[in-house]
Design a protein around this ligand. Structure first.
Ligand code: ASP
Ligand code: MG
Length: 460
Protein backbone atom coordinates (compact mmCIF):
# COMPACT_ATOMS: atom_id res chain seq x y z
CA UNK A 1 0.00 0.00 0.00
CA UNK A 2 1.33 3.39 -1.01
CA UNK A 3 0.18 6.61 0.64
CA UNK A 4 0.56 9.92 -1.21
CA UNK A 5 1.46 13.30 0.26
CA UNK A 6 -2.09 14.41 1.11
CA UNK A 7 -2.80 11.03 2.71
CA UNK A 8 0.06 11.65 5.18
CA UNK A 9 -0.15 15.46 5.12
CA UNK A 10 -0.88 16.13 8.81
CA UNK A 11 -1.14 14.37 12.16
CA UNK A 12 -4.80 13.71 11.48
CA UNK A 13 -4.14 12.32 8.01
CA UNK A 14 -1.33 10.14 9.33
CA UNK A 15 -3.57 8.77 12.04
CA UNK A 16 -6.17 8.00 9.39
CA UNK A 17 -3.56 6.22 7.24
CA UNK A 18 -2.42 4.26 10.30
CA UNK A 19 -5.99 3.16 10.98
CA UNK A 20 -6.48 2.06 7.37
CA UNK A 21 -3.31 -0.01 7.60
CA UNK A 22 -4.24 -1.45 10.98
CA UNK A 23 -7.57 -2.61 9.55
CA UNK A 24 -5.98 -4.35 6.57
CA UNK A 25 -3.04 -5.78 8.52
CA UNK A 26 -5.50 -8.21 10.12
CA UNK A 27 -6.22 -9.83 6.76
CA UNK A 28 -3.14 -9.30 4.59
CA UNK A 29 0.59 -9.27 4.81
CA UNK A 30 1.50 -5.67 4.01
CA UNK A 31 4.41 -3.59 2.81
CA UNK A 32 3.93 0.17 2.94
CA UNK A 33 5.43 2.96 0.83
CA UNK A 34 4.98 6.59 1.84
CA UNK A 35 5.44 9.96 0.14
CA UNK A 36 6.71 12.98 2.00
CA UNK A 37 4.05 14.95 3.89
CA UNK A 38 2.17 17.09 1.33
CA UNK A 39 4.13 20.17 0.28
CA UNK A 40 7.39 19.10 1.90
CA UNK A 41 9.21 18.12 -1.31
CA UNK A 42 8.34 21.46 -2.94
CA UNK A 43 9.55 23.24 0.18
CA UNK A 44 12.87 21.36 0.20
CA UNK A 45 13.54 22.02 -3.47
CA UNK A 46 12.71 25.71 -3.15
CA UNK A 47 14.98 26.05 -0.12
CA UNK A 48 17.88 24.41 -1.92
CA UNK A 49 17.38 26.54 -5.02
CA UNK A 50 17.29 29.75 -2.98
CA UNK A 51 20.32 28.69 -0.97
CA UNK A 52 22.32 28.11 -4.14
CA UNK A 53 21.24 31.55 -5.36
CA UNK A 54 22.92 33.04 -2.33
CA UNK A 55 19.88 33.61 -0.11
CA UNK A 56 21.10 32.54 3.31
CA UNK A 57 17.87 33.32 5.18
CA UNK A 58 15.13 31.42 3.36
CA UNK A 59 16.39 27.93 4.08
CA UNK A 60 16.70 28.70 7.77
CA UNK A 61 12.98 29.41 7.90
CA UNK A 62 12.32 26.22 5.98
CA UNK A 63 14.46 24.33 8.46
CA UNK A 64 12.19 25.53 11.28
CA UNK A 65 9.05 24.69 9.33
CA UNK A 66 10.36 21.23 8.44
CA UNK A 67 11.15 20.48 12.07
CA UNK A 68 7.82 21.93 13.24
CA UNK A 69 5.58 19.97 10.86
CA UNK A 70 7.09 16.61 11.68
CA UNK A 71 7.47 17.33 15.38
CA UNK A 72 3.79 18.23 15.55
CA UNK A 73 2.84 14.75 14.29
CA UNK A 74 5.13 13.12 16.85
CA UNK A 75 3.69 15.30 19.65
CA UNK A 76 0.12 14.48 18.76
CA UNK A 77 0.34 10.79 17.95
CA UNK A 78 3.29 9.17 19.65
CA UNK A 79 3.89 7.92 23.17
CA UNK A 80 6.87 9.26 25.11
CA UNK A 81 8.78 6.05 24.40
CA UNK A 82 8.16 6.26 20.66
CA UNK A 83 9.03 9.96 20.68
CA UNK A 84 12.38 9.29 22.24
CA UNK A 85 13.07 6.81 19.45
CA UNK A 86 11.82 8.88 16.53
CA UNK A 87 12.66 12.48 17.43
CA UNK A 88 16.43 11.97 17.17
CA UNK A 89 15.92 10.43 13.71
CA UNK A 90 13.87 13.42 12.59
CA UNK A 91 16.49 15.76 14.03
CA UNK A 92 19.20 13.93 12.11
CA UNK A 93 17.34 14.61 8.84
CA UNK A 94 16.86 18.26 9.75
CA UNK A 95 20.57 18.67 10.32
CA UNK A 96 21.21 16.81 7.09
CA UNK A 97 19.04 19.44 5.41
CA UNK A 98 20.92 22.20 7.17
CA UNK A 99 24.34 20.91 6.14
CA UNK A 100 23.34 20.48 2.53
CA UNK A 101 21.74 23.92 2.28
CA UNK A 102 24.64 25.70 3.92
CA UNK A 103 26.91 23.88 1.48
CA UNK A 104 24.75 25.01 -1.47
CA UNK A 105 24.81 28.59 -0.29
CA UNK A 106 28.59 28.53 0.10
CA UNK A 107 29.37 27.11 -3.31
CA UNK A 108 26.37 28.78 -4.97
CA UNK A 109 25.60 25.61 -6.84
CA UNK A 110 23.57 22.41 -6.56
CA UNK A 111 24.50 19.27 -8.42
CA UNK A 112 21.63 16.96 -9.43
CA UNK A 113 23.17 14.35 -7.16
CA UNK A 114 23.10 16.60 -4.10
CA UNK A 115 19.57 17.72 -4.99
CA UNK A 116 18.35 14.12 -4.89
CA UNK A 117 19.84 13.53 -1.45
CA UNK A 118 18.09 16.68 -0.26
CA UNK A 119 14.73 16.53 -2.04
CA UNK A 120 13.94 13.04 -0.75
CA UNK A 121 14.54 13.79 2.94
CA UNK A 122 10.82 14.30 3.43
CA UNK A 123 10.20 10.62 2.68
CA UNK A 124 12.73 9.55 5.30
CA UNK A 125 10.94 11.67 7.88
CA UNK A 126 7.42 10.52 6.96
CA UNK A 127 8.43 6.84 6.86
CA UNK A 128 9.90 7.06 10.35
CA UNK A 129 6.76 8.74 11.65
CA UNK A 130 4.41 6.29 9.95
CA UNK A 131 6.27 3.26 11.30
CA UNK A 132 6.11 4.73 14.81
CA UNK A 133 2.39 5.44 14.44
CA UNK A 134 1.76 1.81 13.49
CA UNK A 135 3.75 0.63 16.51
CA UNK A 136 1.65 2.93 18.67
CA UNK A 137 -1.40 1.14 17.29
CA UNK A 138 0.13 -2.15 18.42
CA UNK A 139 1.38 -3.26 15.00
CA UNK A 140 4.96 -4.35 14.47
CA UNK A 141 6.48 -1.97 11.91
CA UNK A 142 9.86 -0.62 10.95
CA UNK A 143 10.97 2.26 8.72
CA UNK A 144 13.09 1.13 5.78
CA UNK A 145 15.08 3.46 3.55
CA UNK A 146 14.46 2.55 -0.10
CA UNK A 147 18.09 3.35 -0.90
CA UNK A 148 18.59 -0.12 0.58
CA UNK A 149 16.01 -1.68 -1.77
CA UNK A 150 15.70 0.10 -5.10
CA UNK A 151 18.77 0.02 -7.33
CA UNK A 152 18.71 2.60 -10.13
CA UNK A 153 20.87 3.98 -12.92
CA UNK A 154 22.61 7.29 -12.28
CA UNK A 155 20.16 9.63 -14.00
CA UNK A 156 19.87 11.81 -10.93
CA UNK A 157 16.52 13.55 -10.69
CA UNK A 158 14.78 11.02 -12.93
CA UNK A 159 16.43 7.67 -12.33
CA UNK A 160 15.22 4.35 -13.73
CA UNK A 161 15.16 1.22 -11.60
CA UNK A 162 17.27 -1.82 -12.48
CA UNK A 163 14.67 -4.48 -11.87
CA UNK A 164 16.80 -7.56 -11.37
CA UNK A 165 19.10 -5.97 -8.82
CA UNK A 166 16.15 -4.29 -7.12
CA UNK A 167 14.23 -7.53 -6.77
CA UNK A 168 17.18 -9.34 -5.24
CA UNK A 169 18.03 -6.52 -2.86
CA UNK A 170 14.44 -5.87 -1.79
CA UNK A 171 13.75 -9.52 -1.05
CA UNK A 172 16.94 -9.95 0.87
CA UNK A 173 16.52 -6.81 2.95
CA UNK A 174 12.87 -7.44 3.75
CA UNK A 175 13.00 -11.19 4.34
CA UNK A 176 13.98 -10.99 8.04
CA UNK A 177 11.19 -8.46 8.68
CA UNK A 178 8.64 -10.63 6.92
CA UNK A 179 9.71 -13.64 8.92
CA UNK A 180 9.06 -11.73 12.14
CA UNK A 181 5.76 -10.34 10.85
CA UNK A 182 7.06 -6.76 10.85
CA UNK A 183 5.52 -4.35 8.32
CA UNK A 184 8.18 -2.42 6.43
CA UNK A 185 7.33 1.28 6.00
CA UNK A 186 9.41 2.27 3.00
CA UNK A 187 10.43 5.72 1.79
CA UNK A 188 8.91 6.51 -1.61
CA UNK A 189 10.59 8.57 -4.33
CA UNK A 190 14.23 7.60 -3.70
CA UNK A 191 16.57 4.79 -4.66
CA UNK A 192 20.31 4.44 -4.97
CA UNK A 193 22.86 3.58 -7.63
CA UNK A 194 24.78 0.31 -7.34
CA UNK A 195 27.51 2.37 -5.64
CA UNK A 196 25.01 3.56 -3.06
CA UNK A 197 24.47 7.16 -4.22
CA UNK A 198 20.95 8.42 -3.52
CA UNK A 199 18.79 9.04 -6.60
CA UNK A 200 15.15 10.05 -7.11
CA UNK A 201 12.59 8.61 -9.52
CA UNK A 202 11.18 11.95 -10.75
CA UNK A 203 8.53 14.20 -9.23
CA UNK A 204 5.50 12.24 -8.09
CA UNK A 205 7.66 9.12 -8.21
CA UNK A 206 6.37 7.48 -5.04
CA UNK A 207 3.59 5.80 -7.04
CA UNK A 208 6.37 4.24 -9.07
CA UNK A 209 8.16 3.19 -5.86
CA UNK A 210 4.95 1.47 -4.78
CA UNK A 211 4.74 -0.72 -7.88
CA UNK A 212 8.51 -1.34 -7.95
CA UNK A 213 8.37 -2.74 -4.43
CA UNK A 214 5.10 -4.57 -5.13
CA UNK A 215 6.61 -6.25 -8.16
CA UNK A 216 9.87 -7.13 -6.38
CA UNK A 217 7.86 -8.84 -3.64
CA UNK A 218 5.44 -10.55 -6.06
CA UNK A 219 2.59 -8.80 -4.30
CA UNK A 220 -0.95 -9.96 -4.97
CA UNK A 221 -2.08 -6.36 -5.41
CA UNK A 222 -0.75 -2.81 -5.18
CA UNK A 223 -3.05 -0.23 -3.59
CA UNK A 224 -2.35 3.44 -4.16
CA UNK A 225 -4.05 5.63 -1.58
CA UNK A 226 -4.65 9.14 -2.83
CA UNK A 227 -7.14 12.00 -2.36
CA UNK A 228 -9.67 11.22 -5.09
CA UNK A 229 -12.11 8.33 -5.48
CA UNK A 230 -10.34 6.85 -8.49
CA UNK A 231 -9.68 7.42 -12.16
CA UNK A 232 -12.49 9.50 -13.66
CA UNK A 233 -14.10 9.62 -17.10
CA UNK A 234 -12.92 13.25 -17.38
CA UNK A 235 -11.52 16.03 -15.22
CA UNK A 236 -14.45 16.97 -12.96
CA UNK A 237 -13.42 20.62 -13.11
CA UNK A 238 -14.21 20.53 -16.82
CA UNK A 239 -17.11 18.08 -16.73
CA UNK A 240 -19.15 18.10 -13.51
CA UNK A 241 -20.95 14.89 -14.58
CA UNK A 242 -17.66 12.96 -14.77
CA UNK A 243 -17.75 9.72 -12.82
CA UNK A 244 -15.36 7.15 -11.40
CA UNK A 245 -14.36 4.31 -13.72
CA UNK A 246 -14.46 1.02 -11.78
CA UNK A 247 -11.95 -0.79 -14.01
CA UNK A 248 -9.43 0.19 -16.67
CA UNK A 249 -6.60 -1.59 -18.43
CA UNK A 250 -2.89 -1.02 -17.95
CA UNK A 251 -2.60 0.57 -21.37
CA UNK A 252 -5.54 2.87 -20.79
CA UNK A 253 -4.04 3.98 -17.47
CA UNK A 254 -0.67 4.65 -19.08
CA UNK A 255 -2.31 6.62 -21.86
CA UNK A 256 -4.35 8.72 -19.42
CA UNK A 257 -1.39 9.49 -17.17
CA UNK A 258 0.83 10.38 -20.14
CA UNK A 259 -1.74 12.92 -21.28
CA UNK A 260 -2.04 14.70 -18.02
CA UNK A 261 -4.45 12.77 -15.76
CA UNK A 262 -2.87 13.63 -12.42
CA UNK A 263 -3.96 10.52 -10.60
CA UNK A 264 -0.94 8.33 -11.47
CA UNK A 265 2.72 8.89 -12.23
CA UNK A 266 3.11 7.81 -15.90
CA UNK A 267 5.67 5.10 -15.10
CA UNK A 268 3.61 3.49 -12.33
CA UNK A 269 2.26 0.62 -14.39
CA UNK A 270 5.56 -0.52 -15.93
CA UNK A 271 6.85 -2.62 -13.01
CA UNK A 272 3.66 -4.66 -12.65
CA UNK A 273 3.00 -5.35 -16.35
CA UNK A 274 4.97 -8.54 -16.66
CA UNK A 275 3.59 -10.06 -13.48
CA UNK A 276 0.06 -8.83 -14.20
CA UNK A 277 -0.39 -7.49 -10.67
CA UNK A 278 -3.61 -5.44 -10.34
CA UNK A 279 -3.23 -1.86 -9.10
CA UNK A 280 -6.02 -0.12 -7.17
CA UNK A 281 -6.49 3.63 -6.87
CA UNK A 282 -8.24 4.36 -3.58
CA UNK A 283 -9.21 7.44 -1.62
CA UNK A 284 -7.80 7.68 1.90
CA UNK A 285 -10.40 10.40 2.58
CA UNK A 286 -13.16 8.00 1.59
CA UNK A 287 -11.81 4.48 2.21
CA UNK A 288 -15.11 2.67 1.81
CA UNK A 289 -15.34 3.73 -1.86
CA UNK A 290 -14.01 0.82 -3.94
CA UNK A 291 -11.93 3.03 -6.25
CA UNK A 292 -10.53 2.07 -9.64
CA UNK A 293 -8.96 -1.27 -10.42
CA UNK A 294 -6.24 -1.24 -13.08
CA UNK A 295 -5.88 -4.64 -14.71
CA UNK A 296 -3.85 -6.16 -17.58
CA UNK A 297 -6.60 -5.85 -20.21
CA UNK A 298 -10.01 -4.30 -20.52
CA UNK A 299 -12.58 -7.05 -20.70
CA UNK A 300 -15.77 -5.46 -19.46
CA UNK A 301 -17.79 -2.52 -20.66
CA UNK A 302 -19.15 -1.59 -24.07
CA UNK A 303 -16.74 -0.75 -26.91
CA UNK A 304 -15.91 2.89 -27.44
CA UNK A 305 -14.43 5.77 -25.53
CA UNK A 306 -13.74 5.06 -21.87
CA UNK A 307 -12.27 8.33 -20.66
CA UNK A 308 -11.22 11.73 -21.91
CA UNK A 309 -8.23 13.60 -20.76
CA UNK A 310 -6.79 16.91 -21.84
CA UNK A 311 -3.68 18.90 -21.62
CA UNK A 312 -4.38 22.57 -21.91
CA UNK A 313 -0.89 24.03 -21.97
CA UNK A 314 0.52 22.96 -25.29
CA UNK A 315 1.92 24.60 -28.41
CA UNK A 316 1.96 23.32 -31.96
CA UNK A 317 5.20 23.58 -33.85
CA UNK A 318 5.09 23.40 -37.64
CA UNK A 319 8.38 22.59 -39.27
CA UNK A 320 8.67 23.11 -43.02
CA UNK A 321 11.86 21.72 -44.43
CA UNK A 322 11.69 23.57 -47.72
CA UNK A 323 12.11 22.10 -51.16
CA UNK A 324 15.43 20.35 -50.82
CA UNK A 325 14.64 18.04 -47.93
CA UNK A 326 12.65 14.86 -48.25
CA UNK A 327 10.06 14.25 -45.58
CA UNK A 328 12.22 11.46 -44.13
CA UNK A 329 15.21 13.78 -43.79
CA UNK A 330 13.02 16.43 -42.24
CA UNK A 331 11.50 14.03 -39.71
CA UNK A 332 14.78 12.44 -38.74
CA UNK A 333 16.38 15.82 -38.08
CA UNK A 334 13.40 17.09 -36.10
CA UNK A 335 13.29 14.06 -33.81
CA UNK A 336 17.03 13.81 -33.35
CA UNK A 337 17.04 17.43 -32.30
CA UNK A 338 14.14 17.03 -29.85
CA UNK A 339 15.43 13.82 -28.33
CA UNK A 340 18.85 15.34 -27.68
CA UNK A 341 17.02 18.10 -25.83
CA UNK A 342 14.80 15.65 -23.95
CA UNK A 343 11.66 17.33 -25.28
CA UNK A 344 8.57 15.13 -25.33
CA UNK A 345 6.30 15.42 -28.34
CA UNK A 346 2.67 14.96 -27.42
CA UNK A 347 1.31 14.33 -30.87
CA UNK A 348 2.68 14.35 -34.40
CA UNK A 349 1.12 14.77 -37.81
CA UNK A 350 2.59 14.80 -41.27
CA UNK A 351 1.40 16.47 -44.43
CA UNK A 352 3.82 15.07 -46.89
CA UNK A 353 2.93 16.95 -50.04
CA UNK A 354 3.67 20.22 -48.33
CA UNK A 355 6.63 18.68 -46.57
CA UNK A 356 5.45 19.93 -43.19
CA UNK A 357 5.76 18.16 -39.88
CA UNK A 358 3.46 19.36 -37.15
CA UNK A 359 4.00 18.40 -33.55
CA UNK A 360 2.60 19.37 -30.20
CA UNK A 361 4.85 20.01 -27.21
CA UNK A 362 4.29 21.17 -23.65
CA UNK A 363 4.09 24.97 -23.51
CA UNK A 364 7.04 24.95 -21.11
CA UNK A 365 9.24 23.25 -23.75
CA UNK A 366 8.06 25.30 -26.70
CA UNK A 367 10.58 28.13 -26.69
CA UNK A 368 13.52 25.79 -26.27
CA UNK A 369 12.18 23.51 -29.00
CA UNK A 370 11.84 26.40 -31.43
CA UNK A 371 15.33 27.73 -30.73
CA UNK A 372 16.93 24.32 -31.14
CA UNK A 373 14.99 23.52 -34.30
CA UNK A 374 15.95 26.87 -35.81
CA UNK A 375 19.53 26.01 -35.12
CA UNK A 376 19.13 22.55 -36.64
CA UNK A 377 17.58 23.97 -39.82
CA UNK A 378 19.68 27.13 -39.94
CA UNK A 379 21.01 26.58 -43.45
CA UNK A 380 17.67 25.63 -44.95
CA UNK A 381 16.05 28.69 -43.42
CA UNK A 382 18.74 30.98 -44.85
CA UNK A 383 18.71 29.50 -48.33
CA UNK A 384 15.12 28.50 -48.88
CA UNK A 385 12.29 30.91 -48.15
CA UNK A 386 9.80 28.05 -47.88
CA UNK A 387 11.68 26.53 -44.92
CA UNK A 388 10.43 27.75 -41.57
CA UNK A 389 9.65 26.93 -37.95
CA UNK A 390 6.31 28.33 -36.80
CA UNK A 391 4.73 28.10 -33.38
CA UNK A 392 1.02 28.19 -32.69
CA UNK A 393 0.48 29.00 -29.00
CA UNK A 394 -2.56 28.41 -26.72
CA UNK A 395 -3.31 24.90 -27.87
CA UNK A 396 -4.99 22.13 -25.92
CA UNK A 397 -4.76 18.46 -26.70
CA UNK A 398 -7.93 16.50 -26.04
CA UNK A 399 -7.45 12.75 -25.91
CA UNK A 400 -10.20 10.15 -26.01
CA UNK A 401 -8.95 6.87 -24.58
CA UNK A 402 -10.43 3.39 -24.71
CA UNK A 403 -8.89 0.04 -25.48
CA UNK A 404 -12.10 -1.18 -27.07
CA UNK A 405 -12.24 1.63 -29.60
CA UNK A 406 -10.14 -0.75 -31.69
CA UNK A 407 -12.13 -2.20 -34.51
CA UNK A 408 -15.22 -0.18 -33.69
CA UNK A 409 -16.03 1.91 -36.77
CA UNK A 410 -17.47 5.37 -36.49
CA UNK A 411 -15.86 6.49 -33.26
CA UNK A 412 -13.83 9.32 -34.72
CA UNK A 413 -16.77 10.31 -36.87
CA UNK A 414 -18.97 10.65 -33.81
CA UNK A 415 -16.29 12.64 -31.99
CA UNK A 416 -15.79 14.99 -34.96
CA UNK A 417 -19.53 15.48 -35.34
CA UNK A 418 -19.91 16.26 -31.65
CA UNK A 419 -17.22 18.93 -31.89
CA UNK A 420 -18.61 20.25 -35.16
CA UNK A 421 -22.08 20.74 -33.68
CA UNK A 422 -20.53 23.01 -31.08
CA UNK A 423 -18.52 24.86 -33.73
CA UNK A 424 -15.22 23.74 -32.25
CA UNK A 425 -12.47 23.82 -34.82
CA UNK A 426 -10.08 20.86 -34.82
CA UNK A 427 -6.59 22.05 -35.66
CA UNK A 428 -4.86 18.68 -35.89
CA UNK A 429 -5.76 15.04 -35.33
CA UNK A 430 -3.75 11.91 -34.54
CA UNK A 431 -4.79 8.36 -33.95
CA UNK A 432 -2.32 5.61 -33.18
CA UNK A 433 -2.57 2.39 -35.16
CA UNK A 434 -3.18 0.64 -31.84
CA UNK A 435 -6.47 2.58 -31.79
CA UNK A 436 -6.10 3.06 -28.06
CA UNK A 437 -6.55 6.81 -28.25
CA UNK A 438 -7.49 9.62 -30.59
CA UNK A 439 -5.89 13.02 -29.99
CA UNK A 440 -7.29 16.34 -31.17
CA UNK A 441 -5.57 19.69 -31.01
CA UNK A 442 -8.00 22.54 -30.38
CA UNK A 443 -7.68 26.14 -29.19
CA UNK A 444 -7.10 26.31 -25.43
CA UNK A 445 -10.23 28.37 -25.06
CA UNK A 446 -12.26 25.48 -26.55
CA UNK A 447 -10.94 22.74 -24.30
CA UNK A 448 -13.77 22.67 -21.79
CA UNK A 449 -16.47 22.56 -24.47
CA UNK A 450 -14.56 19.94 -26.42
CA UNK A 451 -14.14 17.57 -23.48
CA UNK A 452 -17.78 18.05 -22.52
CA UNK A 453 -18.96 17.40 -26.08
CA UNK A 454 -17.14 14.10 -26.36
CA UNK A 455 -18.05 13.05 -22.83
CA UNK A 456 -21.69 13.60 -23.67
CA UNK A 457 -21.52 12.02 -27.12
CA UNK A 458 -20.24 8.74 -25.71
CA UNK A 459 -22.63 8.73 -22.79
CA UNK A 460 -19.89 8.74 -20.17
N1 ASP B 1 7.42 13.55 -2.61
C1 ASP B 1 7.72 13.37 -4.00
C2 ASP B 1 7.16 14.52 -4.83
O1 ASP B 1 6.46 15.36 -4.29
C3 ASP B 1 7.28 12.05 -4.52
C4 ASP B 1 5.78 11.79 -4.43
O2 ASP B 1 5.10 12.38 -3.61
O3 ASP B 1 5.30 10.97 -5.18
O4 ASP B 1 7.40 14.59 -5.98
MG1 MG C 1 1.44 11.71 -6.31
Amino acid sequence: MKFGGTSVGSAERMRNAGEILAGHAQHFELAVVVSAMGGVTDMLIRAATQASAGDSEHWKNVRRELARRHREVADQLLSAAEQSLVLPRLAAQVSNFENLCSGFSLVREITPRAMDALSSLGEVMSANLMAAILRSLGIAAEAVDSTELIVTDDSFGNASPLFEETTAKTRQRLAPLRKRGVIPVITGFRGATAEGLCTTLGRGGSDFSGTIVGSALDADEVWIWTDVDGVMTADPRLVPEARIIPGISYREAIELSFFGAKVLHPKTILPVMKKKIPVWIKNSFNPSCPGTRIVPSASDGPPGVKAITSLSKANLIMVSGGERLSFGQLASRVFTCLSLEDITSLMVTQSSAENVLCLAVHEADSKRAKTKLEKAFELEIIHDHSASIDVMPHIAIVVAVGEKMKGTPGISGRAFAALGRRAINIIAIAQGSSELSISFAVKSSDVKEAVKAIHEEFGL
